[in-house]
Write a new protein. Structure first.
Length: 299
């Protein structure tokens, strides 16, 4: 497959209030967000022309910036409208949407006093993160890096700085022939993969780590709601690393990953089965519902 560089494509990107040609969406090399990671973003998927749980993503984007100490100069309504406009401008009904906000180049000190805030939104076709058959299951490695304590980093924010350890862990996993890596938290407890939340089926119940030190994903919350609608037992708790071996099924949940079965973590094998398949089918149906119906089903 020929890779198309992200800086050299046809299309449109919304930047600071206007749609501009894709190749013209630039920033200065001395931008604060580039040097000091004062940048927050979202990953969203559109299905049938509607961005799934758009307002939840927009609210999290705004809150992530607030946690990092800056304010995005657009309302949630304006950001939602811009996101839909980018989707239409690029002729997409199904695709991936990436809003990103950062501090600009007026200041290049650690504090960024006086730096303006910028917002861009892009969209592109991205059919599947882990391949065409999510029930086939992926192999995961064990990451060397751990998710930091909430006392060490702004773990409730979806900010770029927190993704470097995920990048390092995923690259090492791929070099070992795996698709992703299991990350533990600062206490040595199960956290997530490098970019998605994790669920384990243990004795017929669905177990997932409490989001302490990593994001309480929007897809994660959707899956929990769907499981409970199916009368499944859902347990959010601290999960010791050695408990992974007691699971019969394991899957990942995230906007990019959607729901993807896990076939192995290290030397431990799993068999994707009924619970994974049920939630995968329910989620695939949910993302095609109207926003009002989605809100009803995940309430």
């Amino acid at each position: 497959m020929t890779l198309v560089p992200f800086d050299d494509r046809d299309g449109w990107i919304w930047l600071d209030g206007a749609l501009i040609p894709w190749r013209d969406a630039r920033m200065h090399v001395l931008t604060h967000g580039f040097h000091y990671a004062s940048t927050v973003f979202e990953g969203e998927r559109a299905y049938g022309g509607q961005i799934f749980r758009l307002r939840a993503h927009t609210d999290r984007l705004i809150n992530s910036a607030r946690i990092l100490g800056f304010s995005i100069p657009y309302t949630a309504d304006a950001i939602d409208a811009a996101s839909q406009a980018v989707l239409r401008a690029n002729g997409l009904t199904d695709g991936y949407v990436r809003p990103i906000a950062w501090r600009g180049s007026e200041a290049l000190s650690v504090s960024a006093t006086g730096a303006t805030t910028h917002l861009a939104i892009a969209a592109w076709a991205w059919p599947s993160y882990f391949g065409a058959d999510p029930m086939q299951g992926i192999r995961m490695a064990h990451a060397e890096w751990k998710r930091p304590s909430p006392e060490t980093a702004p773990t409730a924010a979806k900010c770029t700085g927190l993704y470097m350890i995920g990048t390092m862990a995923k690259q090492k996993a791929e070099a070992e022939g795996c698709a992703d890596a299991l990350m533990l938290d600062w206490r040595g407890l199960v956290a997530e993969s490098t970019g998605a939340n994790i669920f384990l089926v243990i004795d017929g119940a669905l177990h997932t780590p409490r989001p302490e030190g990593f994001l309480d994903g929007i897809t994660r919350r959707s899956v929990i709601a769907l499981a409970r609608r199916n009368q499944m037992t859902v347990i959010e708790r601290e999960i010791a690393a050695e408990e992974v071996a007691t699971a019969s099924e394991v899957f990942l949940a995230g906007t990019a990953a959607e729901i993807t079965a896990v076939r192995a973590i290290g030397a431990q094998a799993f068999r994707p089965d009924r619970i994974t398949a049920t939630l995968m089918a329910d989620y695939a149906a949910l993302v095609r519902c109207s926003p009002a119906e989605v809100a009803k089903r995940v309430a």
